[in-house]
Design a protein around this ligand. Structure first.
Ligand code: MEV
Length: 425
């Protein structure tokens, strides 16, 4: 497969045996023989022991592949690590519909992270705030002295903002250090800078610096993605209208928005985990951003274009890195980056946002039409068939029958299995 011929569209990918799926990925991403071996390997204990404390072993998740993604005109196949069935298939289906109208368009802001320094015990907060701002350049110089490599790469501390907050403890100042972290997630760089600034900030303000830590509400590091979903492929304009009615609830009701956004994170987290990134940081940022207007709401927005096709948009913070931490240490995370054919954090964020939108579209499409259980049921039925004692080809036969009868239950599966076996005899 040459670069120009590469496409992420593979019909019936789910029907291929695992070896064939790996072969496709190997060709798509030009993987070496050593890379291919990583698919079958586990994280070695020495690396695991360097990653966290008190290591006992490792914990595996299924690693699947979402196909059909066209993002900013480039073909992508997306590695996804998740325990939840239907998520990978749903993303692939949504991407297939999105590509009819040109796929996803995504863009990302500069990789600016925020570090917070909390300054307390101040006699005059306004004067202290002014003092801090007057010393901005000196403070930024001290911050940048902490990370020469980041500065050489074109990143570093960019700005300083001051907020005065009221609290039951009285007024306090929160100083925000804005840092361009380039291709890192940035927590280490920002936390080191914040800790280094604390003594100087105490001297300048006359107060006491308590917290010095990154904020996960990374609202200066935003990513957006948009896609048009073909109304005919969706089943006509009534389906688009039904979709929009379903979406409306998430935009007005936090109870629904939580589930709606959870569906978005089904996709994003799976990619984030596969690439060795911090899924809790992304989750925290996403949910805090969803509540930025004072009420928790949807991270996506939908409307119709002039031709009645559905337009979907997503915007959220995306603090991801392609260097440092598990992204570097974990061989499968490195392999997943190769599969994605990305080298920058910006591109990873754009892929993440597109996947989140695809996942959300797929969930709402199913919920507005056949319901979510139909998709879930076929894999679930296979698990029930195995639990009932089915073996080999019996599993598929029994699972199909369970779905057909609309009774995916263990008792019924056992009963049916006996019947199937009697028939075969
Ligand atoms: C399930 O993991 C996710 C959904 O509940 C999302 C949604 O309701 O939009 C299906």
């Amino acid at each position: 497969m040459s670069t120009t011929e590469k496409t992420s569209v593979v019909s019936g990918f789910y029907k291929l045996p695992i070896e064939k799926r790996r072969e496709f990925v190997g060709q798509f991403a030009n993987l070496s023989e050593d890379d291919m071996k990583i698919f079958s390997s586990c994280l070695d204990l020495t690396t695991a022991d360097r990653m966290i404390e008190n290591v006992l072993g490792t914990f595996e998740l299924p690693l699947g592949l979402a196909v059909n993604f066209l993002i900013n005109g480039k073909e992508y196949i997306l590695p996804m690590a998740t325990e939840e069935s239907s998520v990978v298939a749903a993303a692939s289906n949504a991407a297939k519909i999105a590509r009819i109208k040109g796929g996803f368009s995504a863009s990302c802001s500069e990789p600016l992270m925020i570090g917070q320094l909390q300054v307390l015990h101040l006699n005059d907060v306004v004067t202290a705030a002014q003092q801090i701002l007057q010393h901005k350049e000196q403070l930024l110089t001290v911050a940048n002295a902490q990370d020469k490599i980041l500065v050489d790469l074109g990143g570093g501390a960019r700005d300083l903002e001051v907020r005065i907050l009221d609290s039951p403890l009285g007024h306090m100042i929160v100083t925000h250090l804005i840092v361009d972290v380039r291709d890192a997630m940035g927590a280490n760089a920002v936390n080191t800078m914040c800790e280094a600034l604390a003594p100087m900030l105490e001297e300048i303000s006359g107060g006491k610096v308590r917290l010095k830590i990154l904020s996960n509400l990374a609202d200066k590091r935003l990513v957006k993605a948009t896609a048009h979903f073909d109304k005919e492929k969706m089943g006509g304009e009534q389906v688009v209208d039904a979709f929009l009615e379903s979406y409306m609830l998430a935009s007005i009701d936090p109870y629904r928005a939580a589930t709606h956004n959870k569906g978005i994170m089904n996709g994003i987290d799976a990619l984030i985990i596969a690439t060795g990134n911090d899924s809790r940081a992304i989750e925290a940022g996403a949910h805090a951003y969803a509540a930025r207007n004072g009420r928790y709401s949807s991270l996506t927005r939908y409307y119709k274009d002039d031709d009645g096709n559905l337009v979907g948009e997503i915007e959220l913070p995306m603090a991801v890195g392609v260097i440092g931490g598990a992204a570097n240490m974990h061989p499968k995370a490195r392999l997943c980056r190769k599969i994605l054919r990305i080298s920058t954090a910006r591109e990873l964020a754009e892929v993440g946002a597109s996947l989140g939108l695809a996942q959300n579209f797929a969930a709402l499409f199913a919920l507005s039409t056949v319901g979510i259980q139909k998709g879930h049921m076929s894999l679930h039925a296979k698990n029930i068939a195995v639990m009932a004692g089915a073996q080999g080809t019996e599993i598929e036969t029994l699972a199909d029958q369970l779905v057909h009868d609309g009774k995916v239950k263990l008792d019924y599966a056992k009963e049916l299995l006996e019947k199937i076996r009697k028939k075969v005899k």
